[in-house]
Write a protein that binds this ligand. Sequence first.
Ligand code: DAT
Ligand code: MG
Length: 150
Amino acid sequence: MERTLILIKPDGMQRGLGGAILARLERRGLKIVGLKLLRMDEALARRHYAIHDGKPFFSGLVRYITSSPIIAAALEGRMAVEAARKTIGATDPAKAEAGTIRADFGMDIGRNLVHGSDSAENAEKEIALFFSPDEIVSYERATDPWITES
Ligand code: DAT
Ligand code: MG
């Protein structure tokens, strides 16, 4: 099973869309295996967005992502990375396909509501930035929700 890291960014949280955004990913079939509310500090923001260091929008991106509490979620499923990114939509909400989270909730590339990892390899690295191994929880022995035990 593949995992991906999802962040509900400060604009999503301040607009009260945290639950709505997570719900779209969850109802698609991605399982929540890690979940927390936190405020990123500058060091974590710089590590998470290290690949963008040096780009003109980098300092604004760090200021924005640290500006309010966010939700971090590790989601699991078949092709989780690609599935989540399809549901999230293109980086620029103005160009994103209708029906995606970014298109349906926003218009500004610098306020695009949600992060999703771009590869399985990066997902594992990003999940490790936000969660310790014991904060990732397995459903392996969970009770079937549709069948009463006799
Ligand atoms: P994505 O979040 O779709 O993976 P990315 O990794 O290229 O996009 O960029 C990370 C974030 O940086 C993105 O969600 C919003 C911001 N960003 C990217 N390009 C930008 C630009 N040209 N102007 C302002 N912010 C930008
Ligand atoms: Mg990216």
